[in-house]
Write a protein that binds this ligand. Structure first.
Ligand code: NAG
Ligand code: NAG
Length: 480
C-alpha cells in the first residue's frame, strides 16, 4: 500500500483494559519511484521508528525504495527524502529495523530479497539519518552480509546493537519451474571490526516443534501432477515478526503455525523454545461470518479460531514485561504450476465428518449454519486433519471447526506464556456502538480494491475471511 495510516485504539488506563476508543489518525500518501500516489503501488510495506530523531523509515517492496518520514509533529507526518534501490544488485527490501546503541553502534538495517528468490538474502547496515547529516542513510553503507534465508520477514536488534536476529520464512517458490520449499531460518548477524559481519545460524529442531505441538500445515502439494516432495515441520515453520525485550530475549511469532518462540540472544548456544498460542472460542463472542449482507451481523458461533498474530510488541508496566499481539489470522494457500495447496475451504464446501466433541444437537445447528451463506457458509474453515485443527483420529471426525484469526489483539504474560487479555469482539462490536460514525460504518470489514474503487463499495466483504484483521501493533505509554 502506498498509504501510511495510523488507526489508534486508545486505552483508557483509568478504567479497565477492555475499554478502548477507536480514533482514526493522520495519514500520509507515499509515492512510488515514478511519483505515482496510488493504492497497492508497493511504496510502503514495513516501517521502523527512530525515537531519538523522530524519523520513520518506510520501505516499499515492489517500488524498491526507502522513504524517510518526519514524525516530529505526529499529526502532520512529512516526507523528507526517498532513496531508490537497485533491484538488480541489491534486490527488493523486505524488512527494516533501526538501532541506536551509542557511538559507532547506530544502524539502519534493511534486508533485501533477490528477485524470484533465486539467491539468499542480504542485509545492509546503513547509517542513520540525522539532522546534521541528511545524506547519511542515502549513501553511507556501513556493512553488509548474506543470510541463510531467502525471504526475511522481520529483524530484531539486541539493545546495544551488537547483534541482529534476521527471520526468514522460507516460503515455497519455483526455481526454473521446479518446486522448492526452503526451511525457516534464523540468522544472528554480529557487526564486528570494519566492515566485517559474523554470523550464527540458530538451530531449528524438528522434534522441538513436534513436542511443543506447533501447528504443522503444509506437508505436501495436493493436485494431480504436483510435486510429491514432502515438507518437514522446519520447512513449514514461518516466522513473521520479532520483539526483543530489555534482557535481549527475542519473542518471535510464527503466524500460520499459531505459535510463539523465545530465544535468549545473549546465550550463543541457546535454542528457541516454542509455545502453542491456543484458540479462541466464539461461543462467547460475536463475529460477522456472512458476506456483503448489509454490514453488521455479529453472532456468537460454535466455532474456534487460531489467534495467528501477524505482529507483536512489548510494554513494561512497573518493571514487568507484557507482550501485545495483533491477531490477524492467515490461511496457507499455494497456487504454483508445480504445487497447489489450500488448508481451508468455505464452510459450505467443508463436508467433513464430526466426532464426539459436539452433541448431536450442536452438530445439527453447526451443520445448518455452515450450509447457509446468510450464516457462515462463506467463512473459511480449516480442513487439516490434525488435532490442532479439531481432528480426532480415534473417531475419524472433527471435535470442533476452526476458522482463522483472533479478529482483535491479545496481551500475553511472557512469564507463563498465558493470555491475560483478549479484545474479544470489540473491533467488530465497535461499529454497532453509538460511538461509531456513519463514515466509519461505511468501511466496516471492507476490502481494498483498486485505487479508483472506493473502500465503501466493498463493505462487509472481509467478514467471512479474517474480518478486521489487525496486522500491526505498537504500544506507547503515556502518563495519566
Ligand atoms: C521535522 O519537523 C520539525 C517540526 O515539525 C521541524 O522543526 C524539522 O526541521 C523537521 N526536520 C526535517 C529534517 O525536515
Ligand atoms: C541469557 O543467557 C545469558 C548467558 O548465558 C544468561 O546470563 C542470562 O541469565 C540468560 N537470560 C535469561 C533470561 O535466561
Amino acid at each position: 500500500m502506498g498509504y501510511l495510516c495510523l488507526l489508534l485504539p486508545l486505552f483508557l488506563a483509568a478504567t479497565a483494559w477492555s475499554k478502548f476508543v477507536l480514533q482514526p489518525g493522520p495519514f500520509l500518501k507515499l509515492p512510488d519511484r515514478n511519483n505515482r500516489y496510488t493504492v497497492n503501488n508497493g511504496a510502503a510495506n514495513k516501517a521502523s521508528y527512530d525515537n531519538q530523531e523522530n524519523y520513520l523509515y518506510v520501505i516499499g517492496y515492489k517500488a524498491d525504495l526507502l522513504h524517510i518520514v518526519n514524525m516530529t509533529d505526529p499529526n502532520t507526518p512529512q516526507l523528507i527524502a526517498s532513496k531508490y534501490f537497485q533491484m538488480v544488485n541489491m534486490g527488493l527490501p523486505d524488512s527494516v529495523k533501526v538501532c541506536r546503541g551509542g557511538t559507532n553502534r547506530e544502524f539502519l538495517a534493511i534486508s533485501f530479497e533477490s528477485v524470484g528468490q533465486l539467491e539468499k538474502s542480504h542485509v545492509y547496515l546503513f547509517q542513520l539519518f540525522d539532522s546534521t547529516n541528511y545524506d547519511g542513510p542515502l549513501v553511507n553503507l556501513k556493512a553488509h552480509a548474506t543470510v541463510e534465508g531467502f525471504d526475511p520477514r522481520d529483524m530484531g536488534w539486541k539493545r546495544d546493537c551488537s547483534e541482529l536476529l534476521v527471520l526468514s520464512e522460507g516460503n515455497p517458490h519455483e526455481v526454473n519451474g521446479i518446486f522448492t520449499d526452503p526451511p525457516a531460518t534464523m540468522d544472528i548477524l554480529i557487526p564486528s571490526f570494519g566492515n566485517n559481519v559474523d554470523k550464527i545460524t540458530v538451530p531449528i529442531i524438528e522434534s522441538d516443534l513436534e513436542a511443543a505441538n506447533v501447528r504443522y500445515i503444509f506437508q505436501q502439494c495436493e493436485g494431480d501432477g504436483d510435486s510429491t516432495e514432502r515438507s518437514s515441520r522446519v520447512q513449514d515453520l514461518e516466522p513473521k515478526a520479532v520483539y526483543v525485550d530489555r534482557n535481549d530475549i527475542a519473542f518471535v511469532v510464527f503466524q500460520d503455525n499459531n505459535a510463539m518462540g523465545t530465544l535468549n540472544m545473549s546465550d550463543p548456544f541457546a535454542k528457541m523454545q516454542y509455545y502453542d498460542l491456543g484458540r479462541k472460542d466464539w461461543s462467547s463472542f460475536g463475529l460477522d461470518g456472512s458476506y456483503d449482507d448489509g454490514g453488521l451481523n455479529l453472532k456468537s458461533r460454535m466455532l474456534q479460531s487460531f489467534y495467528q498474530p501477524r505482529d507483536l510488541d512489548g510494554v513494561y508496566v512497573d518493571g514487568k514485561l507484557w507482550l501485545v499481539t495483533a491477531d490477524a489470522g492467515s490461511i496457507r494457500k499455494y497456487s504454483l504450476s508445480s504445487c497447489s495447496f489450500d488448508e481451508s475451504s468455505t464452510a459450505r464446501n467443508w463436508n467433513q465428518p464430526f466426532a464426539d466433541g459436539l452433541t448431536a444437537a450442536e452438530v445439527q445447528q453447526l451443520d445448518s449454519d455452515m450450509n447457509s451463506n446468510a450464516e457462515i457458509g462463506r467463512l473459511s474453515v480449516s480442513k487439516l486433519r490434525q488435532s490442532s485443527d479439531g481432528w480426532d483420529s480415534a473417531f475419524q471426525g472433527y471435535d470442533f471447526v476452526c476458522t482463522y484469526g483472533g479478529r482483535g489483539f491479545s496481551i500475553i504474560d511472557p512469564a507463563t506464556m498465558s493470555r491475560v487479555f483478549d479484545s474479544g469482539d470489540d473491533f467488530e462490536r465497535y461499529y454497532t456502538s453509538l460511538d461509531a460514525t456513519e463514515p466509519q460504518k461505511a468501511i466496516f470489514n471492507a476490502k481494498v480494491g483498486g485505487y479508483s474503487t472506493a473502500q465503501s463499495s466493498q463493505v462487509d466483504r472481509a467478514s467471512p475471511e479474517q474480518g478486521p484483521q489487525p496486522s500491526n501493533i505498537a504500544v506507547v505509554q503515556r502518563s495519566a
